[in-house]
Design a protein around this ligand. Structure first.
Ligand code: ZN
Length: 673
């Protein structure tokens, strides 16, 4: 039997073959179309048309979710081919669904009938949001415009996938093998991994790549400036006109922006950003740009101070007269070490994988009154581990996979994905399952994997998304977990969780020096705290630069006016950035968030949600950071409710007032505590 068609339990990864994709998807899409047809004929009640439709949609999403997951974490030429061959069918189905006028009418009928008032608030919101989404996916358009709208959807989905693939291919295409003299400064464990990689390639020496666990440490530690420059240039010019023409993302960017603008016009909006903001917490492009400009203004003096200090230090201590982009991480690390007398490498020795995982589990168990324990499931790779969550009464709440290490077959970054969503099906309550994916360094030799503090933060972040998905109490698919949560509020639980990685009470239970077994010394912790806001001004401006670029690219930028996205970025940089990259930098070509992912006209949401998360965490600072009653309130008002009500309402219910930016500025060292 085709494992993708088995919905009885957890995904059967070991039995999966790329040739399963097409038949499973064809069967499910046929079934889906039959369900849609039946729904349009059914009575306009929740039970008669929404519930059966949810069944069909869920099966498609679950099966395709596995394919998408494997494509992201265990790519192969065969799988990629199957993925690309089937993606258009899937896009076509969802587009069709979004454009189905009969279905739209059915929702309208339900929304207008007497039965609507009797629905739960969550279900009312589902119907209202469905109507909104129908409108945004072109359901009200006349036929000729509908056809064009669907064509654009197809095209955009293909372009987005190609953008990501080009970036992955361009990233993997580069490696450099160097002799020992060029490895000076690079930490031992990174060198051991580089040595192993070279040996695997049958070469003497040390092999470095553009993958994060290799690229990051070289930029930060390599004394060899030319080596840093070469890696920087290779990374900053990935998928651009300097490399293989078939991997150049430049024409893709122009097409994507143009098509998005056309789609917005079809819907009657001035630009794509306006469309993007309709289902978000932020009210308008102007509000977002004003929010970003306010933060930029308040961060700028701190960023200038950071940049001056770095330039002065590089000149006087490192003999670098002109601080270049490939010197920034290196000089920053040296300056930070000088100021705070510790390095990331030193800190890393205190964070072996098992201790970090145990610490994370302890925080979640204390705050949310749950038990997390290892469990077993069919896995896609030997690196993966599986856990289950039970509530205080022993009832299973959810399960999750953890896939921590970087692999050539895995896409970059860290992310959480849903495998199964919480949902009631008659008497059966389906519990949620999540995937947590990271790109950390794997164990080398017989040492455990060691995580930098940044990696620990990343893990907590993704786990926060996981908890949002797993601790939901919603029983309707569309609002379960992160379902229907506004994009710009969706990072609240994840960024919120990061705060615990800065607490002594958490870290002293979550650290063990890998050689000596000692916990993190208080003195080192104090230095970490002191260093926490090191260059926070520069960091904030960098994020604002990306967010403003994204928002303007999708609002006041006209792709037909002869200016390129790169030129727009340069203009934004001239106003926002304090440190300027070299002219060859092609950042847009690797800005996967907005071209290959779902963040178009939404990158600001990271900062927006940081305001929410910093302010929410303020409540814990007031009550006690591991206070169980505060945890219960956070779970009840934020995590459990999913998208069943507006995020602004959930925030007020938790905090007792509207969000304020002061907590973020304070936590970034830009307002006195
Ligand atoms: Zn996130």
């Amino acid at each position: 039997m085709n494992p993708l068609l088995d919905f009885g339990g957890l995904p059967r990864f070991p039995e999966f073959r790329p040739e399963h994709v097409a038949p499973a998807l064809d069967a499910l899409l046929a079934e889906g179309r039959a369900s849609v047809a039946a729904a349009t004929q059914a009575a306009a009640t929740w039970e008669a048309f929404i519930a059966p439709l949810d069944d069909a949609k869920e099966r498609i999403a679950r099966a395709w979710g596995q394919v998408e997951h494997l494509h992201a974490v265990l790519d192969s030429p065969e799988l990629r081919e199957a993925y690309n061959a089937n993606l258009p069918k899937l896009t076509e189905f969802w587009t069709e669904l979004g454009l189905n006028h009969a279905l739209f009418e059915k929702y309208r009928e339900l929304g207008a009938c007497a039965g609507f008032a009797a629905l739960s608030p969550a279900r009312k919101r589902i119907v209202e949001n469905a109507l909104r989404d129908f409108r945004l996916s072109g359901a009200e358009l006349p036929q000729d415009k509908k056809t064009r709208f669907a064509e654009i959807d197809q095209e955009l989905s293909k372009l987005g996938a190609k953008f990501s693939e080009n970036l992955l291919d361009a990233t993997n295409a580069f490696s450099i093998v160097v002799e020992q003299s060029r490895t000076s400064g690079i930490p031992g464990d990174v060198l051991a991994a580089a040595r192993e990689a070279a040996q695997k390639a049958g070469r003497p020496g040390w092999k470095f790549t553009l993958l994060a666990p290799s690229y990051g440490p070289v930029m930060k530690y390599a004394e060899d400036r030319a080596l840093r420059e070469e890696l920087y240039r290779e990374s900053a010019t990935r998928a651009a006109e300097f490399g293989k023409p078939e991997w150049d993302n430049t024409p893709l960017i122009a097409s994507i922006v143009t098509l998005r603008k056309e789609q917005a016009a079809l819907l009657g909006y001035r630009n794509y950003a306006e469309v993007s903001l309709v289902p978000k917490m932020a009210q308008s492009t102007a509000q977002v740009l004003a929010f970003l400009e306010d933060l930029a203004l308040r961060a700028r003096p701190f960023a200038e101070r950071d940049a001056d200090a770095l330039r002065r230090f590089a000149r006087s201590e490192l003999g670098i007269d002109n601080l270049e982009s490939w010197d920034v991480a290196f000089a920053s690390e040296k300056l930070r070490t000088r100021h705070y007398a510790f390095s990331d490498e030193e800190v890393k020795q205190y964070f072996p994988e098992d201790v970090v995982m145990a610490g994370l589990v302890r925080v979640a168990e204390t705050l949310y009154e749950i038990r997390i324990s290892p469990s077993s499931a069919p896995l896609w790779h030997e690196d993966v581990r599986f856990f289950e969550i039970r509530d205080a009464g022993g009832t299973r709440v959810g399960q999750f996979y953890v896939d921590l290490y970087a692999r050539e077959t895995k896409r970059g970054g860290a992310w959480m994905d849903s495998a199964i969503s919480r949902r009631r099906k008659g008497r059966l309550l389906q519990t949620p399952v999540a995937y947590l994916n990271c790109n950390f360094s794997r164990p080398v030799g017989n040492k455990p994997a060691l995580f930098t503090h940044d990696e620990v933060l990343t893990l907590f972040h993704e786990f926060g998304h996981g908890l949002h998905h797993l601790l939901t109490r919603m029983e309707d698919l569309a609002v379960s977990g992160m379902g229907n949560v506004e994009w710009d509020a969706v990072e609240l639980p994840s960024q919120f969780m990061e705060n615990f990685c800065w607490e002594w009470d958490v870290l002293r239970h979550m650290s063990r020096q890998v050689e000596s077994g000692e916990t993190l010394p208080r003195e080192l912790f104090d230095k970490m705290i002191a260093a926490k806001n090191f260059q926070s001004g520069l960091d904030m401006l960098r994020q604002i630069e990306f967010a403003v670029f994204d928002m303007r690219l999708h609002s006041d930028f006209d792709p037909a006016a002869g200016r390129s996205a790169l030129q727009l970025l340069e203009e934004v940089r001239s106003r926002v950035a304090v440190l300027k990259p070299p002219a060859y930098n092609r950042f847009p070509n690797s800005f996967g968030h907005i071209f290959g992912g779902g963040y178009a006209a939404g990158y600001y949401s990271y900062k927006w949600a940081e305001v929410l998360s910093a302010d929410a965490y303020g409540f814990f600072e007031e009550r006690g950071i591991l206070d169980a009653s505060a945890g219960r309130r956070f779970r009840d008002e934020i995590l459990a409710v999913g998208g069943s009500r507006p995020a602004a309402e959930s925030f007020r219910a938790f905090r007792g007032r509207d969000p304020s930016v002061d907590a973020l500025l304070r936590r970034s060292g830009m307002i006195a505590a």
